[in-house]
Design a protein. Sequence first.
Length: 318
Amino acid sequence: MNDIFTAILDIVKTGQDLVLARIVNSKGSTPRTSGARMVVRRDRSISGTIGGGLVEASAIKAAMDVFETGCSALFEMDLSSEALAETEMICGGRLQILCEYIPSDKHTISLFESIVQTEQKLQTRLLCTEFDENKECLTVSRRLLLKNGKDIQAFAVNPEIHHDILRMIKNAIGSAILVIEGRNYCIDVLESRHTVFIFGAGHVAKEVSALAMNVGFHAIVLDDRIEFANKKRFPFPAEIAVLDSFENCFRDREVYDHSYIVIVTRGHLHDKTVLAQSLQTQAGYIGMIGSRRKRDSIYQALLQEGFTDHDLARVHSP
């Protein structure tokens, strides 16, 4: 997702305009679902995908019309029609695609800089695009909203859509059209990458962090040994943190319910220290490597310290 908005920022910074095509509604079987996005340039080159084949070809054609008029466009595709049979597309669903004209101006550059910067800060955001499809030329205004717990910090946006926005965050909807008092709002939930905290910088951590990043996680590798926790051992773009010790290992770091914790330190005492602190977070996943004997020994020690069986049930340690 972030690559799309980085591409947009890079393009508009050079003074070029573009079209952002995205699926805002899908029903039935479709090649991609709501939230899929694709950038179309004037030379017809693209970044991202909304499904390939006829879907993308139609979106590129629509984007060329948008470039010609400077007006955004909203259109539907019926993938179940007989006319599509010859294309061998057998999805059978329906798509609604918004092709939004994005000019190169100071406001646009500022907006997409904010989107990219908040992604780097691992913040979940909402992009609210307001338009009127009853006009010949869709007029568009954009707002970037930040999620802060259950509250919304935002630029001026019709307060009547806040309830629907909050519902979308809860349900993690990618993109959707909301209609409020005759006005149309395209709401994009821009989820940040999930963070995985990997405690230990040994050979297991090296492989786990590489795999995690390959599937879209933001990986943070933490160890108290600088000779292990360094960019030479972890050359790919992982975040490296050298700790004074594993005590207070989450100091100055926020752990959310969508955060992951993987415990692979060099010894069971360090594993126990990290696990005890991990159980006091709201992390959605806590995993710890080790033999059954080591695991049971750590569990028994934590039970004696006041943790419960319910607490330990959160831990994945097969």
